[in-house]
Design a protein around this ligand. Sequence first.
Ligand code: CP
Length: 316
Amino acid sequence: MRHLLSTQDLSADAATELLDEAERFEQALAGREVRKLPTLRGRTVMTVFYENSTRTRVSFEVAGKWMSADVINVSASSSSVGKGESLRDTAKTLRAAGADALIVRHPASGAAHQIAAWTTEADGSGPAVINAGDGTHEHPTQALLDALTLRQRLGGLSGRRIALVGDVLHSRVARSNAHLLATLGAEVVLVAPPTLLPVGVEQWPVTVSGDLDAELAAVDAVMMLRVQAERMNGGFFPSSREYSVRFGLNERRLALLDDKAVVLHPGPMLRGMEIGFSVADAPQATVVDQVRNGVHVRMAVLFRLLVGTEQTGDSL
Ligand code: CP
């Protein structure tokens, strides 16, 4: 694996190896007072974020630091991007400054792919590029941490029915999850109003429903998606009130789920919109586990990209 740009590039074996590796890192660090492994000593990891983030940026930074990498955070607002520097020049500058890995979040779909093309030399050398969210396209490490959380909570993914609910149109999390969960053997159902489904969704490995109440009793997990007002130019249909009535996971709907079913949300959550105020803290909710797993998944991804497949975390 040279870069991580899309879950569509991951086979079931490759994805499972990453999830296994993440669990090995979790076990390697469990109970330690000093959470520091020498794994990436001497490597330089740069996070380059053109959009806001809490979970993804922080967990990549923690992952890199726990593996002894030098981690540099570049934000668009405080870099020369603010003076008009292009994405290409910024990427090439960071490459020249010594980046072994570039972790990129950008509002344009395809930005991470483009950076990988610009910074990979003809002989294949250049930094590993990790897509930390590109527009409405993909967020592969989010899907991997979600898959790990589901595997741990449900005991496996094969044959499990997972609902992705809400604003699928603007959700890179939904696309990455739909492909990865299907690759890992799950049945995925998208539950959304027709106005919040993307063009071409019929080519995704999913079924589609508009009736959340009807789906809830039959699913093993439900993933509530954030309503992405920042990508909607000021409004959307249905209205926010109608949306939360028809597609919000409230207390009544939580009771429709099987006792063993779980509730995911990638965060940040809009409590009272797509998820009820108390539902987010219910025992079925996995939000905190997802964040914790995010650090271990990102350790596994950095390890695989920067060290390779010859070693596993066991040998560290
Ligand atoms: N889930 C997610 O990507 O969260 P952040 O935007 O806080 O990174």
